[in-house]
Design a protein around this ligand. Structure first.
Ligand code: TLP
Length: 355
């Protein structure tokens, strides 16, 4: 099976570690190709049409990564020197090497959200008045699901409330929807419900949906035309990109509904962790496939804890000094979660005994 490594290691660092399915590999081999910079790759065109339709938007654009999707979208929605309101723990602000400033030339204006969700009142208060001294606020960014908040879901009602503010002030609303399908599956709604109140958004193919590479930006045709040019400027014009699009088509057709299994496994993991002495999990946050576990009760730091797990064949990632992240995904089954819990139990016992 292509979706899981044969090493026996349980890798819960991220859903970015997923491997393509056999069907995806077959689709890559059989993909009809052409030069996508000329708009002539039929497989890319098909994926982009499918993606736009699925999100209820006019057009779509395939890009190599989520980071490039966010950067291209930031640039395409703004002009240099504009102010962008975003959540203080958002991926764009934390993990994209400052591209928002270094490349897009924008001023990030971070606001602390509640479980990843921005409060419309805080957003309204942060919009700069029109005044000669101030940069112009042009864009509000949201993230659904919210990674650093623990994979929390932002609901269509919350997005609609924000869109009322952005419309009133003539701003744009953009969504980093890297894991938007996890949100839709968790809420049991059509993904269009989440997409409809934002002007444009991106989603990732290379995380829970198992593709080797790729993210897709969707929005109105003018925006996507601008984004296509910006993608080229950033070096993201990809020629025979049908090899990336082919598994993307399978992902959209076949890999979305199964995300529910990842969510069930995350709940199983979270409940098990919550029962272990010295660990704390905020179970309200476990809404999709991410579990954050606070290990401060062990008197250890995240790096020490992660090293102990690694020695026993379990991989997790560092969220902060005392919070460790674990992510469920394709290839991780119930029995892997049970084994992971046994490993964690042993590791915590060892750390507690040294306290
Ligand atoms: N997130 C990765 C790391 O970069 C932290 C992960 O392991 O979760 N938006 C969101 C919400 C993301 O979580 C990520 C990746 C991205 C954008 C960037 O996507 P890529 O990795 O394709 O550039």
């Amino acid at each position: 099976m292509a979706g899981i490594r044969r090493s026996g290691i349980i890798d819960l660092r991220s859903d970015t570690v997923t491997l393509p399915t056999e069907e995806m590999l077959e689709a890559i081999r059989g993909a009809e190709l052409g030069d996508d910079v000329y708009g002539e790759d039929p497989t890319v065109n098909r994926l982009e049409e499918m993606a736009a339709k699925k999100m209820g938007k006019e057009a779509a654009l395939l890009v190599p990564s989520g980071t490039m999707a966010n950067l291209v979208s930031l640039i395409s929605n703004t002009k240099k020197g504009d102010c962008v309101i975003l959540e203080a723990e958002s991926h764009i602000y934390w993990y994209e090497v400052g591209g928002i400033s270094a490349i897009a030339g924008l001023i990030p204006w971070p606001i602390r959200g509640h479980m990843g969700a921005l409060d419309p009142k805080d957003v309204e208060a942060a919009i700069k008045p029109r005044d000669i001294h101030f940069p112009e606020t042009m864009l509000v960014c949201i993230e659904d699901t919210h990674n650093r908040a623990g994979g929390t879901v932002i609901t269509p009602q919350q997005i609609e409330a924000l869109s009322k503010i952005t419309r009133e002030y003539g701003l744009r609303l953009y969504m980093d929807g890297a894991r938007i399908f996890n949100a839709a599956v968790a809420l049991k709604i059509d993904v269009r419900e989440l997409a409809r109140h934002v002007d444009n958004l991106m989603f990732s193919l290379s995380k829970g949906l198992c593709c080797p590479v790729g993210s897709v930006i969707v929005g109105d045709s003018d925006f996507i035309e601008r984004a296509r040019k910006i993608r080229k400027m950033l070096g993201g014009g990809m020629r025979k990109a049908g090899v990336i699009a082919a598994p993307g088509i399978i992902a959209l057709e076949k890999m979305i509904d199964r995300l529910e299994e990842d969510h069930e496994n995350a709940r199983l993991l979270a409940n098990g962790l919550a029962d272990i002495e010295g660990l704390y999990v905020d179970l309200r946050r476990v809404q999709t496939n991410i579990v954050l576990v606070d290990i401060s009760g062990l008197g250890a730091n995240s790096d020490m804890f992660i090293a102990k797990l690694r020695e026993r064949g379990l991989l997790a990632s560092n969220h902060s000094k005392t919070i460790v992240r674990m992510v469920t995904h394709y290839g991780i089954k119930r029995e892997h979660i049970e084994k992971a819990l046994t490993i964690i139990e042993e590791a915590t016992r060892e750390l507690r005994s040294k306290k």
